[in-house]
Design a protein around this ligand. Structure first.
Ligand code: NAP
Length: 285
């Protein structure tokens, strides 16, 4: 029950109306019997500072941060976790006892969650896309101790940025999607991760697969294919790879695991029920 003592958590971004976080977070909050609610706050770029500073003065316990603010909130934090600094993005903020914001990033643990038991140490991975999510994926693969990462992208500048950020942590290379070596790499790689929005519902690319079907002629049934997109689930890319015999993983478990990790952070380490969040999403979708 919401009472005059109830505090709140929120997602801040623009847009936020499509977000599934309120559904899964409120299910977990109710299950745990916490006197909290979770809601979405749409915020314009120019209002970010005033909104965040005002939330400090209210009964707000923490925030999730999404596009386009994951970098912008660095300036308002008094403390930032090493992992958020490394991937240059904050997706979770918590108010400390002095009412200062602490920032961290739970996307890395979220990404790792469905891969944890697959013994990927010393294996190789191909990442499609070189945007914000690719940073969390690279950091996750470093933590899983893969031996080599190749990023395939159409954008030379962002490829260079990723390579210089991670080149001392793992054997990493960036290739444009027109590179001739790619067929061999696709044939040999152990894991492929799509971090592009290609195949996502409500976009112009909802019915296509990254770089087109002919790009994937060499794909091997031994390869694990992970698509960060959770709507639709499965994406056209995962359906295509499933038909080729690959093991496929969609973005749902990453979404839930990063949310569970954020709720645990806000509640100082409570064990958050993954299945409750999963069931709430399944019922809603
Ligand atoms: P982003 O920063 O905009 O990066 C997107 C990347 O994809 C860029 O490298 C972009 O290249 C590339 N790209 C876009 N359209 C493309 C196309 N038609 N063909 C080839 N490459 C294309 O976005 P993001 O924040 O990384 O998010 C990417 C995806 O991950 C989204 O679908 C998001 O929903 C998903 N995601 C899921 C979770 C989860 O919890 N499951 C978490 C985070 C993100 P250019 O620079 O050339 O445009």
């Amino acid at each position: 029950m919401i009472t005059s003592k109830t505090s709140f958590l929120a997602l801040i971004g623009n847009p936020v109306s499509h977000s599934l976080s309120p559904i899964m977070q409120n299910a977990a909050i109710q299950y745990l019997g916490l006197d909290l609610i979770y809601m979405a706050i749409p915020c314009e770029n120019e209002d970010l500072e005033i909104v965040i500073n005002s939330l400090k003065k209210m009964n707000c316990k923490g925030l999730n941060v999404t596009i386009p603010f994951k970098q912008k909130v660095f300036d308002i934090c008094s403390e930032i976790s090493p992992v958020a600094k490394k991937v240059k993005a904050i997706n979770t903020l918590k108010l400390n006892d002095n009412k200062d914001w602490i920032g961290t990033n739970t996307d890395i643990d979220g990404f790792i969650y469905p891969l944890k038991n697959l013994n990927l140490a010393k294996k190789t991975a191909l990442i499609l896309g070189s945007g914000g999510a690719a940073r969390s994926v690279i950091q996750g693969l470093i933590e899983l101790k893969l031996s080599k990462i190749t990023i395939i992208s159409r954008n030379n500048n962002s490829l260079d940025g990723l390579i210089s950020n991670f080149k001392y942590d793992i054997d990493i290379e960036g290739l444009l999607n027109t590179n001739n070596e790619i067929d061999n790499l696709i044939q040999e790689t152990d894991l492929i991760i799509n971090t592009t929005p290609v195949g996502m519902s409500n976009t112009t690319n909802y019915d296509v697969i990254p770089f087109g079907q002919s790009f994937w002629s060499a794909i091997n049934s031994k390869t694990i294919v992970y698509d960060l997109i959770y709507n639709p689930s499965p994406t056209p890319f995962l359906k295509f790879c499933d038909k080729k015999g690959c093991m496929t993983i969609d973005g749902t478990n990453m979404l839930i695991a990063q949310g569970a990790q954020s709720l645990s952070f806000w509640t100082n380490g409570l064990e958050v029920p993954f299945e409750v969040m999963h069931d709430a999403l399944k019922k809603y979708l």
